[in-house]
Design a protein around this ligand. Structure first.
Ligand SMILES: [Zn+2]
Length: 156
């Protein structure tokens, strides 16, 4: 494996760390070519993999307006870039690395501003309408309310 870090052909800073990851575009044998995107890491629970999501606008000719759409793909997260949930990352296309991965992270741009708010909104939209209301109530001192309710029930 090449220990010496080579430039990958895209103007991104060289990772500060080194790694022994064979699928790392900087320290492994995988080369990047093709498309590039910038997105947010919405999950980094897998080993050396991450889920990256970004938004794009799709034009609807009938209404002459744009709608928001989401792209969500699994990418390879090399050890040297320390990819965490909430990070903004640049990704570049590679050869297929596994069944679902054909992109690798090439730059970690740091934590996205307001990610926790966005994540909470995404979580709320996943659950149904009824649950959404419950979540809102829960956010407003939900614990205290529950305690009151339970004490009242106990009195009755
Ligand atoms: Zn590396």
């Amino acid at each position: 494996m090449a220990q010496k870090a080579a430039t990958i052909g895209i103007a991104v800073p060289q990772p500060k760390k080194s790694c022994t990851d064979a699928h790392c575009p900087f320290h492994g044998t995988v080369r990047v070519r093709g498309r590039e995107h910038t997105g947010t890491v919405i999950s980094a629970k897998m080993s050396r993999s991450a889920v990256v999501q970004w938004e794009y606008r799709h034009f609807l000719p009938k209404y002459e307006r744009y709608e928001k759409r989401l792209s969500k793909i699994t990418v390879h997260a090399p050890d040297c870039l320390d990819v965490k949930e909430g990070d903004m990352v640049r990704i570049a296309e590679t050869r297929p690395l596994s069944k679902t991965k054909h992109y690798a992270v090439i730059e970690n741009l740091g934590r996205e501003k307001g990610y926790h708010l966005k994540a909470a909104a995404m979580e709320a939209s996943k659950t149904g309408r009824g649950k959404k209301v419950e979540a809102k109530e829960g956010a407003k001192d939900g614990d205290k309310k529950d305690q009151k309710d339970s004490s009242q029930e106990g009195a009755q």
